[in-house]
Design a protein around this ligand. Structure first.
Ligand code: ATP
Ligand code: ZN
Ligand code: MG
Length: 499
């Protein structure tokens, strides 16, 4: 991203409290000096910004050309400061900035498709460059909107170049295991009436037998991970407000996959009476009428499990001696709109996870991640006897940035755990383990007393994914299961019979 050769062309005006003609020589002096000093500050030799033409009357007009080292809109702010000082001596005030024309040139081999971006008036592709014409005023320049527009466009150019794919690298693979089943686990579960489709899309009702297995998985996690590694249980909220997703970064991209939560506009019964009456008379729920009576979404249902937990720490300073913090949540469902991707119990719109969250210094985070990896390996090898593997996955944008080498060194980033699915001959991610670096402490403004860096990690254990992996390889007959699981499950409850 830093290598992109940006060019800027800006024509701006400083509005004056009175005609500035008398100060023309002073302004000339400021601009001459700025062209040599403040507009070059921080740029390598020959770089920076330059006022290429200017004029003083009721306003001071400046035309600025620049590179990425001193962006033209920053140059404008630097000039304002210098001009304010000199004009103040003549009791002339600067009353604001107007931007008449602002064009940013971003090189790219391929054009982007037309986009609707706030404060972008026009977007053209010419001779290997995207020309962005901005329509910004002083508040947008002050709050760095142009910089975020550039980041957005550069990200889109990169993603077009590298695709949305993850970088995938095998870390470890188990030996081949005895596979006792070749069918689709979901079909078998339905056939045996262990599960039945729920009334919502991507949702299942879990009967007593599979529930016993899911609870046994939880028990294994409890005995092999939570207790030995010193975890404490918390209850994380399951409706998540926008503010949380702004801080966690999800607000950038979550929209096509989240379930929205809308409260009623009012709980006044009379406001809803006609809807109640409509239903009583027609036995139909009047969705269009309801749509008018509900408010804008306050956020959505739990998507990733840990973000809303950070509200507990938001704005706080922690003493170093309570680290590493180790907490987990298994208090509710996660929800994602998986669209056409839904598939049995492997990919659902409503699913269950245990989420582990650990917080500490960078060394503690990395060390704890290693301990967790050992514990997981023990479970998948010695208790569930799965055919599985671990992969280092990095989203393309991280792979590009390199995160200052942290992603390359395999510190900050994610390990996907994948199981072989004999019926489809594909590998399925059944859980993950992430070192999130300083992302969450930064986003939620959590600090350490010593001033040392604070990091965090999290791991999402997908219970249905564990079940799908296990049943796909070992089937549903408890007699075929490895003894470690059989011993813990004991008996499968037979509760229902159907006539
Ligand atoms: P996938 O690539 O399979 O969509 P993901 O990368 O979206 O997974 P994460 O966001 O990393 O998944 O979520 C962590 C864990 O949550 C996954 O490893 C999996 O166990 C579980 N999970 C995620 N989405 C679903 C789903 N739709 N149904 C069941 N489990 C899920
Ligand atoms: Zn998490
Ligand atoms: Mg997904």
């Amino acid at each position: 991203m830093n290598e992109v050769k940006l060019r800027f062309h800006l024509i701006g005006r400083f509005k004056l409290s009175k005609n500035g003609a008398e100060a023309k020589d002073d302004v000339a002096g400021v601009i001459d000096d700025a062209n040599k000093n403040i507009l070059k500050k921080g740029a390598p030799e020959g770089g920076g910004a330059e006022v290429v033409s200017w004029n003083v009357d009721d306003t001071i007009m400046v035309e600025i050309k620049s590179d990425r080292y001193v962006r033209a809109h920053d140059a404008l702010l630097r000039l304002r400061k210098a001009l304010t000082r000199i004009l103040g001596k003549r009791r002339i005030g600067i009353r604001g900035i107007e931007v008449e024309k602002f064009i940013i040139t971003i090189p790219t081999e391929k054009p982007l498709r037309k986009l609707k971006i706030p404060f972008v008036k026009d977007m053209q592709y010419k001779n290997g460059n995207i020309l962005l014409e901005l329509d910004v005023a002083e508040p947008q320049i002050e709050s760095r909107v142009p910089d975020r527009i550039i980041t957005l466009i550069v990200d889109k150019i990169e993603s077009q170049k590298y695709g949305k794919k993850e970088h995938w690298e095998l870390l470890w693979e188990s030996k081949e295991k005895t596979l006792r089943f070749t069918g689709d686990p979901t079909q078998e579960l339905i056939k045996r009436r262990w599960i039945k489709h729920g009334s919502c899309r991507g949702q299942w009702i879990f009967g007593p037998q599979i529930t016993k297995v899911l609870r046994t998985f939880e028990q294994i996690v409890e005995e092999e991970i939570l207790r030995p590694l010193g975890y404490h249980e918390m209850v994380f909220p399951k409706v998540v407000a926008w503010d949380v997703w702004k801080r966690s970064g999800h607000a950038k991209a979550i929209y096509p996959e989240m379930y929205y939560v809308c409260p009623p506009k009012t709980r006044d019964e009379t406001y809803w009476e006609d809807i109640m009456d409509y239903y009583k008379v027609t036995l139909e729920v009047p969705l269009d009428m309801i749509k008018e009576r509900i408010d804008k979404p306050i956020g959505g249902l739990c998507y990733a499990q840990c973000p809303p937990a950070w509200g507990f720490l938001e704005g706080e300073t922690l003493p170093d001696d309570i680290l590493p913090i180790r907490v987990f949540d298994k208090s509710g469902t996660s929800h994602r709109y998986e669209s056409g991707g839904i598939r049995g119990i492997e990919r659902m719109d409503e699913f269950h996870r245990i989420e582990l969250l650990w917080i500490g210094t960078p060394e503690q985070i990395t060390e704890h991640s290693k301990k967790l990896q050992e514990r997981y390996k023990h479970i998948f090898e010695n208790i569930l006897d799965l055919q599985w593997r671990m992969a280092w996955v990095t989203p393309w944008f991280m792979a590009q940035e390199g995160l200052g080498g942290l992603a390359e060194k395999k510190e900050v980033g994610t390990i996907d755990y994948e199981a072989f699915m004999p019926y489809s001959k594909k590998w399925m991610e059944f859980q993950n383990l992430s070192n999130n670096g300083d992302k969450y402490p930064n986003g939620f403004n959590v600090k350490l007393q010593s001033g040392e860096e604070l990091w965090s990690g999290c791991s999402g254990i997908g219970l249905e994914r564990w079940a799908a992996a296990f049943f796909a390889q070992k089937g549903l007959d408890a007699g075929d299961w490895p003894s470690g699981l059989r011993r813990r499950v004991k008996t499968l409850p037979e509760v229902f019979r159907f006539l």
